[in-house]
Design a protein around this ligand. Structure first.
Ligand code: GLY
Length: 597
């Protein structure tokens, strides 16, 4: 049957659809909106908005709650980036700023740290993997400066979730299964990681609906509510962090923790089809990459005297063109980017008209090129964790924030006394020259570790404003380098293809990170096996799916792309202002929610 349908389809007997999905009506909110990748965290932010809190109060509440309910994605053992845009309100001036609370390398870590250890994997699952966490310092700094509620109020929902527990959802269980496989890969791991094995995975038996409680983390959060950031960076919690890191071989000291400081910087700015994008400068690589990709595609449109929107969404020609922009941006990421506080990053050059003009000229409409033809390489490189949320308040204040502990459950090392996991952000450095990190990203020596340096990140919180400086759109994702490509595709879906929030987030996605030289297509894109066809309508849709899939592959193959399947390209959270209020969508790939009033 499947073969017959397939044959009919490639003979062109089925019609190709050529329309962008229609923008269906979606619930809109004028009194505030929170979109997070867990419904309990979205609700925590909403609760704070309902108490009269502003977007910063709600963002801090959402983040602390995510630390509890998405303990494998982000949390107080990790770090993040936040873009804030608040209108003048109640005598307080307008605020437009970016918070960098990315983790830093311990002070004794030199560029050859991992080379000397002789183990590039030490940056993943040992004490050497752990960078100084920045989340608590970052959140409390932004709350102190721009929030309106006190610590107790914004931490209350997270403390409640940790004490009363939350239900393991499908995403939790799926992640748990991957971790069970990892623990069972190597004898003894279940014994060396007892908190992960027993508490979080229930010895491999965790199922959907199980209640997960974290009373130890509730105690940490109470201490933070009472004493502020010092409770985390000094005293009992700090002692427990150092004990854990050193027990697993790491070199972090108490002085590393007490000297941690978040930094506040000017957001990176760029134009995107009538809006001004505010995003994160280095050590985020995503801000530069998104602005480069947008600039390249606009130049190709001008050269060809057409618009991307005239192509069919996710058709072969469209995927090819966007992938070409991705390849240039990721080639430059690999060559030029690192922590700008330590190394010189040519941000202005990478985003200059002259440079983007020169790259855009190399983009062919129908042929891809070998990796050496992308970006500007001085020398060839030798060759799920993370959570994004969006908050808007009743006054138009907005926060777009991405946080991470890097891989799922970070270093997998728990600070057991306080019920949270430590990041493995050291793996985002170039640990050994020319060696790829866990995401297959090869990065230049500009990203080697150094005392107090922050590793390059793909986290890309975006907040787009209009000419009056008012927030119009918030977006970002989790997924390592797929953060950049999933965020960019969601922007294109919403702005160029005019999809509503839900469709813009849910549409199938693709990913190219230059090296490896593979164009990955999400598995959900492929037509199914035809099981469950119950009507003529189902049959028609199924055949159209096969026909489109086949046409896509033929176009990409003839353009010279090597394609491959990928389970997911990121998990995106998105919010957008419309005439009657804000609409938002959490990615169905992770199971979050939009909660508004
Ligand atoms: N840890 C993932 C990233 O920051 O890119």
């Amino acid at each position: 049957m499947r073969l017959l349908i397939y044959s009919l389809a490639i003979l062109g007997i089925t019609a190709m659809t050529s329309v962008t999905p229609p923008a269906a009506a979606q619930q809109s909110y004028s009194g505030g909106l929170v979109v997070a990748d867990h419904p309990v965290a979205a609700q925590a932010g909403l609760e704070v908005l309902e108490q009269g809190g502003n977007a910063v109060d709600a963002a801090v509440a959402t983040s602390f709650c995510l630390s509890v309910v998405r303990p494998y994605s982000c949390g107080i053992g990790g770090g993040g980036f936040m873009i804030v845009n608040l209108p003048a309100h109640n005598g307080a001036p307008k605020v437009t700023t970016a918070l960098n609370y990315r983790e830093t390398a311990p002070r004794s870590v030199q560029p050859d740290h991992f080379e000397k250890l002789g183990d590039s994997l030490a940056s993943r699952f040992t004490g050497h993997a752990v960078a100084i966490p920045g989340t608590v310092a970052g959140l409390l700094s932004v709350l102190d400066q721009f929030g309106s509620l006190d610590r107790a109020a914004v931490l209350a929902p997270a403390i409640r979730a940790a004490e009363q527990g939350f239900a393991a959802d499908a995403h939790y269980v799926e992640t748990a299964h991957e971790l069970v496989e990892w623990l069972e890969e190597s004898p003894g791991r279940t014994t060396t990681h007892p908190f992960l094995w027993k508490r979080m995975l229930r010895e491999g038996r965790v199922t959907e609906g199980d209640t997960i409680k974290l009373p130890e983390q509730a105690r940490a959060l109470r201490l933070i509510a009472e004493q502020g950031a010092d409770a985390f960076y000094k005293g009992e919690i700090a002692d427990a962090i150092i004990k854990t890191v050193q027990e697993y071989g790491g070199v972090m000291t108490p002085a590393d923790l007490t000297s941690y400081k978040p930094s506040q910087v000017k957001p990176l700015r760029g134009d995107f089809r009538g809006l001004t994008i505010l995003t994160m400068p280095p050590p985020s690589s995503g801000g530069i990459a998104i602005l480069q990709m947008a600039g390249l595609l606009e130049r190709v449109e001008q050269r060809e005297n057409t618009t991307l929107g005239k192509l069919r969404h996710n058709s072969g020609k469209y995927v090819h063109l966007v992938a070409e922009a991705m390849k240039h941006a990721f080639a430059d990421r690999a060559e030029w980017l690192g922590d700008a506080a330590f190394v010189s990053v040519p941000v202005d050059h990478l985003l200059s008209d002259a440079y983007l003009d020169s790259l855009a000229k190399t983009i062919s409409l129908d042929q891809t090129k070998p990796p050496e033809a992308y970006g500007t390489s001085l020398a060839a490189v030798d060759d799920s964790g993370t959570s994004h949320f969006c908050v808007v308040d009743q006054w138009g204040g907005a926060v777009s924030c991405t946080e991470t502990i890097n891989l799922e459950f970070g270093s997998r090392l728990a600070v057991e006394e306080f019920g949270f996991f430590l990041n493995n952000e050291m793996d985002d450095f170039t640990t050994i020259s020319g060696v790829a990190n866990a995401f297959g990203l090869k990065q230049s020596d500009l990203n080697l570790p150094a005392p107090g340096k922050r590793p390059l990140s793909s986290m890309t919180p975006i907040l787009a404003i209009n000419d009056a400086g008012e927030a119009q759109l918030l977006v970002g994702a989790s997924g390592g380098p797929r953060i950049i490509t999933s965020t960019f595709q969601t922007l294109l879906n919403a702005i160029v293809f005019k999809m509503n929030a839900q469709d813009a987030v849910a549409a199938p996605r693709f990913h190219h990170q230059w090296r490896p030289n593979v164009l990955s297509l999400e598995e959900q894109w492929a037509p199914g096996d035809g099981q469950g066809i119950a009507s003529l309508e189902d049959m028609r849709a199924f055949m159209e799916g096969i026909s489109e899939w086949d046409a896509l592959h033929r176009t990409l193959e003839s353009a010279g792309h090597k394609t491959g399947p990928i389970k997911l390209v990121g998990a995106v959270q998105f919010a957008r202002k419309q005439a009657d209020g804000w609409t938002g969508a959490a990615d169905p790939r992770k199971g979050g929610a939009a909660a508004g009033r």
